[in-house]
Ligand binder design. Structure first.
Ligand code: CUA
Length: 181
């Protein structure tokens, strides 16, 4: 191989530098395009909330937790992820219909996934994690915490009861809860 001059080396480095910069620019543009034009954002973009007063006002008070159906028919389930349980520990959602899941944490970082679905998010104190999904068929699904959050992490698991549309019956207040016992 012919020995390269210093200038050849510099020119080669510059070419590769430009190539790498282009690749980075393309990937960055794709991320911005997905976020702005397609609305694909990380699940944690559901708003901010003070973890210290999470339970005292706004949407994560005890009476607001669980599944509710709004006037417009929108199904929203709110769950607090705390050391070391989900509150409530069971939610009911309808199959074949858009569901919005909203989570928040009063203490440390948790995470969750619903087995067999595309629901998978972290729950960071101070933020509301929001996931929109459609559960394809009825069944009982597990929702474990998947972010190590302390000694009780392995016990932190909730149940998602996906019911057929005909079995999804909100009460007069629009709320649906898991049957006890
Ligand atoms: Cu909560 Cu691990």
């Amino acid at each position: 191989m012919v020995a390269q001059s210093e200038q050849d080396v510099v020119a080669s480095e510059l070419r590769w530098g430009v190539f790498v910069a282009l690749v980075v620019a393309i990937i960055f543009a794709a991320i911005v395009w997905a976020a702005v034009a397609m609305g694909r954002n990380p699940p944690s973009d559901g708003g901010v909330i003070d973890p210290k007063t999470l339970h005292l006002s706004r949407e994560f008070t005890e009476a607001n937790l669980g599944t509710s159906v709004g006037q417009d028919g929108a199904v929203v389930a709110r769950v607090v992820a705390a050391q070391f349980q989900f509150i409530p520990a069971c939610i009911v959602v309808p199959a074949g219909r858009p569901v919005t899941l909203r989570f928040s944490s009063p203490d440390v970082i948790h995470g969750l996934l619903i087995v067999g679905t595309n629901v998978n998010t972290m729950v960071v104190p101070g933020y509301i994690s929001q996931v929109r999904t459609v559960f394809s068929r009825p069944g009982v699904l597990l929702m474990p915490c998947h972010e190590f959050c302390g000694l009780g992490h392995s016990q932190m698991i909730a149940t998602v009861r996906v019911v057929a549309p005909a079995d999804f019956k909100p009460g007069p207040d629009g709320r649906v809860a898991c049957a006890h016992g």
